[in-house]
Design a protein around this ligand. Sequence first.
Ligand code: CP
Length: 303
Amino acid sequence: GPGLLSLDDLDEAQLHALLTLAHQLKRGERVANLHGKVLGLVFLKASTRTRVSFTVAMYQLGGQVIDLSPSTTQVGRGEPVRDTARVLGRYVDGLAIRTFAQTELEEYAQYAGIPVINALTDHEHPCQILADLLTIRENFGRLAGLKLAYVGDGNNVAHSLLLGCAKAGVSIAVATPEGFAPDPAVGARASEIAGRTGAEVQILRDPFEAARGAHVLYTDVWTSMGQEAETQRRLQLFEHYQINAALLHCAEAEAIVLHCLPAHRGEEITDEVMEGARSRIWDEAENRLHAQKAVLAALMGGR
Ligand code: CP
């Protein structure tokens, strides 16, 4: 059924239509109405942006949200996902789910019978990348023909960026330390898509090579509250992958800097760049709201 589990669920035309709808909703050129609709939020992990932007998006569209976090439902006490999904699907009109395994998200989608939206898994973060592409399009007035450089950890955000950039015709170079490259299957899929859209996909080691000629520099956290020993190991391995003035100097003169947040200043990005003239990070965070309104309207709006 309909839903947004991966950016690969959207074809190129659907991606562009969603970004256009988000842009129009943001500017008040179009309205969408979800009066009477209820979105359930199933969040197994902490969230500022995703949780708040989905909640406010539903309120602004005239709908409502209900918190279905596992600590408050029987899922936290072992009720199977498939049973939970079948029941929730009879009460609410959509689910936004933040969990670990992509397969768990897929199980919700298989059994709920209502739209399920990926609010972050270990494999992908599609809603984030819709906001990123909206921000890039706003800034440059186009997407096709641009180049984005992602430096750091080849994680869920990198996966969705690979797919989203390839679909949007944005060339993407991902530079990571050895052992932290994105899933090769995602890289291969992005290359296949890029073959159709004229974009280029590169998986690299050297962050400076990635940044050369880039219109967008992008990074994400290196360490998310892991064990202390692992944190120290990562800080060393990722040392040369920081977005700083030197890396920015390698990119195009009009290049912008994005970060999905939360940021660790002094680790993956310097305070100077975050607060500098090329940063579009706060617009990017705002655009989570507009991009997700478009997703909610498209998936739950009905006609
Ligand atoms: N970028 C992002 O998903 O932020 P949160 O974890 O705060 O939702």
